[in-house]
Design a protein around this ligand. Sequence first.
Ligand SMILES: Nc1ncnc2c1ncn2[C@@H]1O[C@H](COP(=O)(O)OP(=O)(O)O)[C@@H](O)[C@H]1O
Ligand SMILES: [Mg+2]
Length: 358
Amino acid sequence: MRHFRNYKEQKIEFQPGINLLVGANGQGKTNVLEGVYYLITGKSYRVKLENELIYWGEKNFYLQASFHASDRLIRLESYYETGKKVMKINQLASKRLSDYVGTVNAVFFSPDDLHIIKNSPQERRRFLDLLISQIKPGHILLLNSYLKIIRQKNNLLKKEKNVSLLRSLLQAWNEELAETGAKIIVNRWHFTQSLNQYCKSIFKSIFSPKDDMELLYLGLGKKSLEESLKIFPELLENKIDQEIEKRNVLIGPHRDDLLIELNGRSAKLFGSQGQQRSLVLCLKLAEMEIIRREKNEYPILLLDDVLSELDEFRREFLLNYIHTAGKQTVITMTGADKKMIHFEKNVFQVSNGKIWRE
Ligand SMILES: Nc1ncnc2c1ncn2[C@@H]1O[C@H](COP(=O)(O)OP(=O)(O)O)[C@@H](O)[C@H]1O
Ligand SMILES: [Mg+2]
């Protein structure tokens, strides 16, 4: 890392298995995970603008890492300066983010992931879209075209005063919206099915036998894929008057939701904090398993301050999960939490933007 967050220049050699980043608050532990995540996904999960990632007072940042996969060595590089972003795989610059994402995979898990359950549908769509994008990079292109269509429609709705002209323009855009939107719904629906299947089996291990859960993708408010796809064009047509009145795009997968149910009820509305946290753990481990299934190897697991948030039983479950099959994991924690892990571990101390191996 060079000029990344509070790091001037830093190199770390993570080991197979469990790696701990240990240090007091504000020393730069999360910044390291952010660097790894950025390099792998081309995005920060904390900020929208790369400028914030540059060491204060500097002009650019540079990240580079070599990843040893089972049968190959992959080198990723990322450089950023004043709006210009370069991402390279084995020294070759990628034209588009979708050519880059998915080369190496990671799952990031922090206490903020509780937002997936607690916050607005946007968080849940983002969670699904990020997972799908790692496995099917074409999903990024779909989302980009879809956003463009929504923006165009919104522009028209705000600017075009001639109602009959507006109506026919909206109808034209709706055809494109239906086509691209349907593909997004199909992807999200299928991934929800897979997530549900893996979640359920993990759920059994960390909830009581009388509990059960269900994940349902609500495409256009409907639970079945066939129904959502069938009603889509008609819904778009029927909403035109209301859209003209409200001057806003009212329908499409940009408003869909992922319903997370615990014992037949919304986990968001009725789950306790502890239940919600355990459900997020299920979601994250299901994400690991889906990526493993698709890529034939486990993604790198990045755990930011989560161990101390889990009760002892679930913490042990998570640590055992990591330990079996030797998934490479980077865990941040404060010094006092170190004793929670009785497996072999590689410890790195983090202090004021400097890292050294213990
Ligand atoms: N762009 C930046 N340039 C320099 N320092 C930064 C930048 N962004 C954040 N920091 C510093 O990084 C520290 C936070 O690092 P973080 O990794 O979140 O800490 P923690 O060890 O608690 O996870 C803070 O001290 C903050 O001032
Ligand atoms: Mg932190």
